[in-house]
Design a protein around this ligand. Sequence first.
Ligand code: TXA
Ligand code: MG
Length: 318
Amino acid sequence: MADIGTDINRAMQILNSDELIAIPTETVYGLAGNALNENSILKIFQVKDRPFFDPLIVHTNNLERITDYVKYIPDILMEMANALMPGPFTIILEKTKAIPDLVTSGSDKVAFRIPNHPLSLKLLAELSYPLAAPSANPFGYISPTTAKHVQDQLGHKIEYILDGGECAVGLESTIVEWKENKLHVLRKGGITIESLLEYTEEIEILENSSSNPIAPGMLKSHYAPKIPVMISPPLAAIGNYNIERIGVLAFQKTRKVIPLENQLILSKSGDLNEAARNLFAYMRILDSMDIDLIITELFPEIGLGRAINDKLRRAATV
Ligand code: TXA
Ligand code: MG
């Protein structure tokens, strides 16, 4: 199993020998390797069991370093990046040859982000190359928000997990691209649409599907627990299931007919930040229960509620 610790020198040594480690970020843990080295990139796809058509996000510790690897940054993205990075914000830019095609799945554009986590920022500052890092989960499964989540699923495949505690945001980064004078949102995440509107009103939110994986790469079914997930208003659709064997993932309130111990409440006080932070960890807990179905409900379509709903819809299977 992987060692879990906070030793940046050890992390560097492993990365320098083209191997992978898990790194903490404010969104979710990443499975990181040298973004300029094809051997490391190949290992990322292998360890995650990820299809090669799904490109990787590249991480650096400052904006100047991003400019080394891209042709240019549109003014508006520069303004946004200055304000929102480090943070859960990823920008798609035209790449230079320094970024291997394997990273971008053949696209001439690359996704960059600066994670807002002190340990990873320190690591990135010491490395001479940026890190490619998808979420550190097997492809299609729930993203990890603690070192233990990574250990449980990928611990037998990597040597070291840099432990940065529980992820403060708990949802992946918001991915944007400036195209045809519009801000295209390729993935809803930790930066809300409301905050993007402070920079431009020209926003187009792309709802992705599995028929168009290259665009934002977010496949329709994703973040999925192994136990079937159903989005349903309270108790409307549980007819065929044994009440004792149903789990609930709810925003604020429990449901009377279902056993209390099978119900997880994301934020009793209705705080969307708290709900986002708990989302993936609670999905994992429910997925480890001896139940037949997970019922969940949609959140208000505001702020982080939109990104949470997006994850729930992709997790839903019935
Ligand atoms: O918060 C995050 O972004 C986390 C942490 C670890 O930084 N990373 C993450 O990576 O969520 P991943 O691989 O699980 O999701 C990245 C998404 C993919 O679905 C991919 O398709 C999209 O970003 N993406 C990456 N490069 C792209 C590109 N050049 N063009 C379009 N989409 C891209
Ligand atoms: Mg992922």
